[in-house]
Design a protein around this ligand. Structure first.
Ligand code: CTP
Length: 396
């Protein structure tokens, strides 16, 4: 996102205060945020808040003599890499649908050729009003993207659809829009993530320490390079990336079926999931009670997913290796045995074990080189992995 220009339109919904968080998070990500507020938004949150958070002037009026731009709406429209309206009222959505341009924000929206993302926020009845639904449909048909609205408690005290989408989701959608022409544009990427669970009985399972963070970071990073991403996720309790197709699975068998379904026609498979190698031979159908529980669990091997899809034609296959000893030798062995193009080897025995952490360090093992990485945020490691994937795709 860094060094990109986002014009952030803020309109007069009570969710306007959440736009301050969005502006702050975008700025922290290196984005130049140019805020345009409607008159009513400026009554809910002061322009000074956005000025301080973004370090940029905040525009409200069409003919602001102190503005650095000669024709404000055209200048803003032209510098925008994307125009984000969050929160967007029913009123601004209606104006956009009909090409009405009667204030700085709607003039900017009409004048821009940049993609537009709208995060509606309003009372449920307004959202469900046929007029609003028709306006949303019109805008969607014109290629305008929408984030939310979410369902939940409303400022009116009621409950229903109309809450502004979570800021994390809006950030995801902005990442996808900004990256739509990126290095994986037009590519289909399948990513697996999380630790599978194998049932012992209806309440217990065999699992592992994977949080899903690494695989989710890879999925989000691929999305932000323009890829069409399918994320096959074992249970994980972290933020689900928006703008990717998520398939939820629980067991290794389910993950294999989902991978087999998603893979045909895909360019890249990245197996970041920690797949259980063993499952109870038979799951009990009722809860094992202390008094009569068997003290032994017989195990069966689960399918090896990478082995199972060995011959499916995919241009680039990436595996992970979680090892407590002989990291590089084991990674090289997996590279050959599983017919991979790259193995991301993690030392999970070290004091800096990556399980659950936002940080990770790895050794990237390919057929031609072995490259250790420094410890870095998982998102940064995800981008390093994808740099390698892009290079491998070019030579595929
Ligand atoms: N993997 C898989 N199917 C399994 C187990 C693992 O596809 N049943 C994938 C993982 O997603 C990972 C890679 O294989 O990308 C390495 O997993 P790991 O468990 O470290 O390797 P194993 O092949 O199980 O070998 P070992 O148990 O000897 O370490």
């Amino acid at each position: 996102m860094s060094q990109r220009n986002v014009v952030l339109g803020v309109t007069g919904s009570i969710a306007a205060y959440k736009a301050a968080d969005l502006a702050s998070r975008l700025t922290q990500a290196g984005v130049s945020v140019h805020t345009v507020m409607t008159e009513s938004a400026s009554k809910l949150v002061t322009p000074a808040t956005f000025r301080a958070l973004t370090g940029q002037p905040v525009a409200i009026e069409m003919f602001d003599l102190s503005s650095p731009f000669s024709i404000e709406h055209v200048s803003l429209a032209e510098i925008a890499d994307t125009l984000v309206i969050a929160p967007a009222t029913a009123n601004v959505i209606a104006k956009l649908a009909h090409g009405i341009a009667d204030d700085l924000l709607t003039c900017t929206a009409l004048a821009t050729r940049a993609p537009i993302l709208i995060a509606p926020a309003m009372h449920t009845a307004m959202w469900e009003n046929p007029a609003t639904l028709a306006n949303v449909e019109t805008l969607r048909e014109r290629g305008v993207a929408f984030a939310g609205p979410a369902v939940g408690r409303l400022a009116s005290g009621g409950h229903g659809a109309g809450r502004m989408a979570p800021v994390d989701d809006i950030l995801d959608e902005i990442g996808a829009l900004l990256g739509r022409h990126g290095s994986l544009a037009g590519r289909r990427v399948v990513v697996t993530a999380g630790g599978t669970r194998e049932a012992i009985d209806p309440v217990r399972f065999l699992g592992n320490r994977s949080s899903g963070k690494m695989g989710y970071a890879v999925a989000a990073a691929a999305r932000d390079r323009g890829a069409c991403v399918t994320l096959i996720s074992a249970p994980a309790t972290i933020h689900r990336p928006a703008g990717v197709h998520v398939v939820d699975v629980t067991t290794a068998d389910e993950m294999l079926a989902a991978v087999e379904q998603a893979l045909p026609g895909s360019d890249v498979l990245i197996m970041a999931a920690a797949v259980a190698d063993f499952a109870p031979a038979e799951a009990l159908s009722t809860k094992a009670k202390k008094g009569n529980a068997p003290l032994r669990i017989d195990l069966r091997r689960t399918p090896d997913i990478l082995q199972a899809v060995r011959d499916v034609p995919v241009k680039v296959k990436v595996g992970f290796a979680a090892e407590t000893e002989n990291l590089i030798a084991n990674a090289r062995d997996k590279l050959a045995r599983k017919n991979l193009d790259l193995v991301v080897a993690n030392d999970v025995g070290a004091r800096n074990s990556p399980f659950g952490s936002d940080m990770n360090e790895a050794v990237l093992v390919s057929r031609t080189d072995t490259t250790p990485t420094p410890r870095m945020p998982k998102r940064a490691l995800a981008d390093l992995i994808l740099d390698r994937v892009v290079a491998l795709l070019e030579n595929a």
